[in-house]
Design a protein around this ligand. Structure first.
Ligand SMILES: Cc1ncc(COP(=O)(O)O)c(C=O)c1O
Length: 366
């Protein structure tokens, strides 16, 4: 980590490096927090796009109630940084992970998702033995057809069974409307998200009528957060990636009012012909799945091909004066797949490097 670079210009630091425009990220955090909290909903942003406690703590200081993670090991990193209200919005299975989750309950208050009794009964035994209680929510399948218990009888029976277990506190339900993010027509998108999330709120109402505590009704990603924040009965939103406002969200999900803030800074290492430049940032630093990266500030430069170590650009007349050694910024198409390739975020205020954050949960996959 080149801490000696703090205060230096963007064009001095070594490449390829993963860069955050701090003004844009902070404005996105404020915008998301204001929008969600204004709807009377809590914000528990998913950390999968940044995997970095320093950023989660910024979100918390802007109004988030905690953090959402995908893995127990990510939750451990967040807890070690003093973040205690952590939702693991994923199924946790296996003796080793249940033991780690029970250990985590000693120093924080995790919540874990499930969609079957088989994921929670063994956790209950381990929590009992460790004299801790773990909060559990049920993921309901609201149409994504990934995981999730079926809404209705399956979910009510599972909730009733879980709430009888020692060492377990039934805390509510969640769903993810990820199949509805890309609907083009705004009215249709709104209608379908309202319909999907009403399945969750009706489920929660029925559980409460049955006498169960259903304090958490969690949903919402960045691609739908502006709509989900208006849905009755939802208590918290997991939207996270909007802090970087990747083109995936802006172009494929039609999310407005957020500014892209994440780029990979690269160096021109070869100029084979007048209309071609080659950068030092290939797929090992930039994953183009989900959405391709975009060349920043050079509107007629197009990405032609990404190989492991190289990014080949096709240049139009405006960008043909790029020369070997020049720096080029590539806007990351979808941060979730690029962040885990890097050790550090380089945070810039305007053109000056202000901070270097270790991506502390990088490689935390278990
Ligand atoms: C369980 C869950 N919650 C929320 C999200 C939304 O996250 P983001 O706002 O970063 O797109 C996702 C995205 O994949 C998810 O899988």
């Amino acid at each position: 980590m080149a801490t000696g670079c703090i205060g230096q210009s963007r064009y001095v630091i070594d490449t390829p490096s993963l860069c955050i425009d701090l003004d844009s990220m902070e404005s996105n955090i404020e915008q998301m927090s204001r929008h969600i909290v204004r709807g009377g909903i809590s914000w528990r942003p998913h950390a999968k796009c940044h995997k970095t406690p320093a950023i989660a703590l910024r979100q918390i200081s802007s109004g988030a109630i905690g953090v959402t993670c995908a893995k127990v090991s990510e939750a451990e990193v967040m807890a070690a940084a003093g973040i205690h209200d952590i939702l693991i919005a994923n199924m946790v299975v296996g003796e080793t992970k249940w033991e780690r989750l029970a250990a985590l309950c000693r120093r924080s208050q995790p919540i874990v998702a499930c969609d079957h009794f088989a994921q929670i009964e063994p956790l209950s035994a381990i929590c009992r033995r460790n004299e801790v209680t773990c909060r559990v929510i049920i993921e309901v399948n609201i149409g994504l057809d990934r995981v999730g218990s079926r809404p209705g009888r399956d979910t009510y029976d599972l909730a009733a069974a879980i709430s009888k277990l020692d060492g377990i506190e039934f805390a509510g339900i969640m769903g993810y409307e990820g199949h509805l993010l890309r609907i083009e027509d705004p009215a249709e998108k709104r209608k379908q998200i309202f319909d999907a999330l009403s399945v969750l709120s009706e489920c929660a109402d029925k559980l409460r009528r049955d006498g169960l505590q259903c304090n958490i009704v969690s949903a919402g990603g960045t691609g739908s957060y502006q709509i989900a924040a208006e849905c009755d009965g939802i208590t918290e939103l997991q939207a996270g990636g909007g802090i970087f406002a990747d083109p995936f969200y802006l172009e494929q999900c039609h999310v407005s009012d957020l500014k892209p803030s994440l780029t990979v800074l690269a160096t021109v290492v070869s100029r084979p012909t007048l209309d071609r430049a080659v950068l030092d940032s290939g797929r090992k630093t930039l994953n183009p799945d989900a959405h391709p990266p975009i060349v920043k500030n050079w509107p007629d430069a197009q990405i032609k091909r990404l190989s492991a170590e190289h990014c080949e650009l096709t240049l139009g007349p405006l960008s043909q004066n790029l020369k070997i050694g020049d720096k080029v910024e590539l806007i990351v198409g979808y941060a979730d797949l690029t962040t885990p390739l890097h050790d550090y975020f380089y945070g810039f205020r305007g053109d000056r490097l202000e901070v270097i954050w270790p991506i502390a949960a990088r490689g935390k996959l278990q």
